[in-house]
Write a protein that binds this ligand. Structure first.
Ligand SMILES: [Zn+2]
Length: 194
């Protein structure tokens, strides 16, 4: 199963001219929520990622999804790996936290799961949060990796991806699509046509 083919078929891989949350422009945008509209498809994708996690020799007790977009992807991965699942969320002041009574034990082996990563910033925040609570973070797993240099972000922490799609992005003033006169769209700011 090719994860990128599934994303393409389910409307999760958009081609066009987009403004990313970083403010940079890109010609592709991943909408990982799209395949998870179909639980069977989401479960299949999670199965591919679970295989990659096992192939890395990782057997966490718990999967943690940082924030909203990672809840379904993380939950399905936890199901595929037969682990517990928790999600972190933004608390007051924008800091990431475990709420709703979620807790980790000291030394508990946890895997941070994201849908897609472009900078890895949110995953790293979750890693710091969990380590601060005494958990042992065994790795980061992502459905589609877009981080230019994961080793620079995660160092020696195992990093597992089910697929990789390099991120071409430009500062607005250097954007070839802007130069060609096409208007840039901010994904999520308005309903998407299918
Ligand atoms: Zn542009």
């Amino acid at each position: 199963m090719d994860v990128l083919d599934v994303l393409r078929a389910r409307g999760g891989l958009l081609q066009g001219h987009f403004v990313l949350s970083s403010g940079r422009h890109s010609d592709t945008y991943l909408q990982l929520a799209a395949p998870f509209e179909y639980p069977g498809v989401g479960a299949e994708l999670a199965g591919v990622l679970a295989q990659a996690v096992r192939a890395h020799g990782l057997s966490p007790a718990t999967v943690v999804g940082p924030a909203f977009g990672a809840i379904l992807p993380g939950y399905e991965l936890a199901r595929a790996l037969d682990t517990r699942f928790l999600f972190a969320e933004r608390a007051e002041g924008g800091r990431m936290a475990l709420r709703r009574g979620f807790a980790v034990r000291v030394g508990e082996e946890v895997l941070v799961c994201e849908n897609t990563l472009t900078t890895g910033g949110s995953a790293l925040e979750a890693v710091d949060l969990l380590r601060g609570l005494g958990a042992e973070v065994v790795g980061v797993a992502v459905y589609c990796d877009r981080v230019p240099d994961p080793a620079a972000v995660f160092g020696r922490l195992p990093y597992v991806a089910a697929a990789r799609m390099p991120l071409d992005s430009w500062a607005p003033e250097d954007c070839p699509l802007c130069r060609a006169g096409s208007p840039a769209v901010k994904p999520g700011s308005r309903p998407m046509a299918r």
